[in-house]
Design a protein around this ligand. Structure first.
Ligand SMILES: *Cc1c(COP(=O)(O)O)cnc(C)c1O
Length: 323
């Protein structure tokens, strides 16, 4: 279903950066003296929790929809997601005046449904225990002439996600290591394109929840490993497998994939709140959690962390902080 079936390159990231510049925020790069003392390294945080709709996913969604032909724009976009990609597609579609249909599980959190509807997305519910969202998406797309933009496995989505790391390197310069949250791999593969072009010596790490280490296993094994939906508080990384496009780039460019436990994520969430005064959703804490775990190896280095998003219900945030 992809519009451009070939693997994206850094040139595609540059084109994406130009396309999204008028609409996406250039998010801040922040540092914390306290975190530097704890880790013993110079750590820079690219804060996509301050991106439009609260996560980096706006970048890939807006880039992909910007490339629609006039006919695709008239017919509309369809996607499946219960999380940040749904909101990203709904917002990007509204800005570009494209009708958006989002397939969501019947038990998706009311706040996510409301946010997606608030951006003007039309929601179709399915039963996550009996329905298969990708099949429903493909069938509706074919039936109604809609273009399917999946959450990560699409060249234009990958190129768009790569713009966050481009901005980080443009601002912070060379890094020794960069840590990136990993679900289906759109963010990590896009980041790899920018890292290899802008800081070739930078070691690149994906970070996934320990309960769902399919990415690490896929990298070790050299082929995509599929798992059951993992139980973790990192709801943005509850994917069952890497994508075909994302894995091709990850296996070529990524140095290693490491994991963090839910307890590590809660500790990192607390540190973001107390040391930096920022609200970060559990999935967005993966990078800092990994850096703390690997502090012994990172001493004195220049380390980057992508803080991928900040969308967490405040009552859930409060109960995680209290846990
Ligand atoms: C989607 C998402 C991720 C994972 O991104 P992938 O491209 O699927 O690897 C990480 N963090 C947040 C906040 C997300 O929304």
């Amino acid at each position: 279903m992809s519009q451009s079936p070939t693997s994206p390159t850094y040139d595609d990231v540059l084109s994406a950066a130009a396309r999204i510049a008028p609409r996406a925020h250039r998010t801040p790069v922040l540092r914390s003296r306290r975190i530097n003392e704890i880790v013993g390294a110079d750590v820079v945080f690219k804060c996509e929790n301050f991106q439009r709709m609260g996560a980096f996913k706006f970048r890939g969604a807006f880039n992909a929809l910007s490339r629609f032909t006039p006919e695709q724009r008239r017919s509309g976009v369809i996607t499946y997601s219960s999380g940040n990609h749904a909101q990203a597609i709904a917002l990007a579609a509204r800005l570009l005046d494209i009708p958006a249909t989002i397939i969501m599980p019947h038990d998706a959190p009311a706040s996510k449904v409301a946010a997606t509807e608030g951006y003007g997305g039309k929601i179709i519910r399915y039963d996550r225990y009996t329905g298969h969202r990708e099949e429903i998406g493909r069938a509706l797309a074919a039936d109604r002439g809609l273009t399917l933009i999946p959450p990560y496995d699409h060249p234009d989505v990958i190129a768009g996600q790569g713009t966050a790391a481009k901005e980080l390197f443009d601002e912070a310069g060379d890094l020794d290591a960069l840590f990136v949250p990993l679900g289906g791999g759109g963010l990590l593969s896009g980041t790899a394109l920018s890292a290899r072009a802008l800081s070739p010596g930078c070691a690149l790490y994906g970070v996934e929840p320990e309960a769902g280490d399919d990415g690490r296993r896929s990298l070790r094994q050299g082929s995509i490993v599929q798992i059951d939906t993992p139980k973790t508080i990192a709801d943005g990384a509850q994917t069952q497998r890497l994508g075909t496009h994302t894995f091709e780039i990850i296996r070529r460019e990524v140095d290693d994939i490491v994991t963090a436990t839910d307890a590590d994520l809660v500790d990192a969430m607390k540190l973001f709140g107390s040391a930096m005064k920022i609200v970060v959703e559990p999935t967005g804490c993966l990078g800092l959690a990994a850096v703390r775990g690997l502090a012994a190896q990172l001493g004195g280095k220049r380390v980057g962390v992508i803080v991928s998003g900040g969308n967490v219900d405040l009552d859930r945030y409060a109960s995680l902080l209290a846990s």
